[in-house]
Design a protein around this ligand. Structure first.
Ligand code: PMP
Length: 412
């Protein structure tokens, strides 16, 4: 994607200064944080909002009539409304939970488990994160359903004709990533969900790696379920959400039972609360969601289209420089991709690379990135992954590439 005028007009260095952690040193070197696909850093306003909640408003939600109780409830529900507006959905269709893993398990246990049976199939893609594979395997074991896999093209895109051909009548559910956490591939989820809907297949989109990096309009995607995580979105850990069509939320039984999710409890039968509260048993991460609400305000203030363009710029620069390194192989070269670069260097182990890069102040992830089936298909044991965010800089990309060259010389 080309830089937009809006992107050019933004003072990205000033925005970077909003992130206190990015000012620290690691092993005596300025930190270069290239692990945002793992978790994102937090701006001052998010830290301040969480801090302020505990200092001035802390109370439980939806229980107490006292002033603090109403303030806490309003702050929590306010965060839900902000997130819903950010993602273009109705607030009463947005279940707040601890993150994508919880959200996908909620769909698995509450939607899929009561519906699937022997003879049914769940279609997943080769590029899914374990969080979008293992819950379906658990449900398949319990119901007798089978798992089908949609394969990829060599550049890391989904093989769409093969995917559509795999949408056979026994497939009841399709689980697909919006953006791959290893390859960076941006999948055409609106088209995929349209094809699935035409065949009566329910769709679950894992938006973990999309929501932090581009404008996401869930309503326009047309899926049945959309899961995301707050900690990659400049928000606190232990926050995230599941959007689902209202008809699903109404039909689904609760996943967890407890306080908050009921209207009335009697020993001869309990009446459940309305969605989304029906799926929010127990005390939620109230301060975390207050922080996530502040994160959404912050990101909306910058503009997600500008963030996408900025990251595309950083990705282009990093990819170009990395390709100049002998023996370096990049996995995932789709034309539409997020700023995630998985790579190996011939003759060098990824863990050694990441360990020595760390000594240079550079934080990258090495390993299998919770995507064993994808790594098996790529034919590599591990990769290094540099994942960038708008708060990174071109100078950091240059310093990372210089550090990588130095480390490779040491290991060669
Ligand atoms: N799906 C994808 C594509 C991810 O990148 C991640 C986080 N690495 C997850 C799911 C799981 O998210 P969480 O750990 O926040 O539940």
């Amino acid at each position: 994607m080309n830089a937009t005028p809006a992107h050019d007009a933004i003072d990205w260095d000033r925005l970077r200064a909003d992130f206190p952690l990015l000012r620290r040193k690691v092993h005596g070197k300025p930190l270069i944080y290239f692990d945002s696909a793992n978790t994102g850093q937090k701006p001052e306003c998010v830290i301040a909002a969480t801090d302020d909640f505990y200092r001035r408003h802390n109370a439980n939600v939806s229980r107490a009539v006292h002033a603090l109780g109403s303030e806490a409830t309003e702050a929590y529900e306010g965060a839900r409304r902000k997130l819903a507006a950010f993602l273009h959905v109705r607030a009463d269709e947005l279940v707040l939970c601890s993150g994508t893993t919880f959200a996908l398990n909620l769909v698995a246990y509450s939607w899929a488990l009561p519906r699937l049976q022997a003879g049914d199939a769940i279609l997943v893609t080769r590029m899914e994160h374990h969080a979008n594979i293992v819950p379906w395997q658990l449900i398949a074991q319990r119901t007798g359903a089978t798992i089908k896999v949609a394969e990829l093209l060599p550049d890391g895109r989904l093989d769409l004709p093969a995917l559509y051909a795999a949408m056979t009548p026994e497939v009841k559910l399709l689980a697909v990533a919006h953006v791959s956490n290893v390859l960076g591939t941006l999948n055409p989820v609106a088209e995929i969900c349209r094809e699935a809907a035409r065949r009566g297949i329910t769709t679950v989109v894992d938006g973990s790696q999309a929501v932090p990096h581009m404008p996401v309009d869930i309503a326009a995607i047309g899926c049945d379920f959309y899961a995301f995580t707050g900690h990659k979105l400049c928000g606190p850990t232990g926050t995230g959400g599941l959007w689902a069509k209202r008809e699903h939320l109404q039909a689904m039984p609760p996943f967890l039972g407890g306080g908050e999710m009921i209207k009335e409890v009697r020993f001869d039968g309990t009446a459940f609360n309305d969605p989304p509260h029906k799926f929010e048993a127990g005390t939620p991460n109230i301060a975390g969601f207050v922080g996530l609400g502040a994160a959404v305000d912050y990101l909306s203030g910058i503009g997600m289209a500008a963030i996408h363009a900025r990251e595309a710029d950083l990705l282009a620069h990093a990819s170009e420089e990395l390709r100049k390194i002998d023996g370096l192989r990049i996995f995932g070269n789709a034309p539409d991709k997020a700023a995630v670069i998985s790579f190996t260097i011939d003759g060098v182990h990824s863990h050694d690379l990441a360990t020595l890069l760390d000594l240079e102040g550079v934080a990258v992830r090495s390993g299998q990135h919770c995507a064993h089936p994808l790594l098996q298909w790529l034919g590599v044991g591990t990769t290094c992954r540099a994942s960038l965010a708008f708060y990174n800089t071109h100078a950091e990309v240059d310093a990372f590439v210089a550090a990588l060259r130095k480390v490779v010389r040491l290991l060669a």
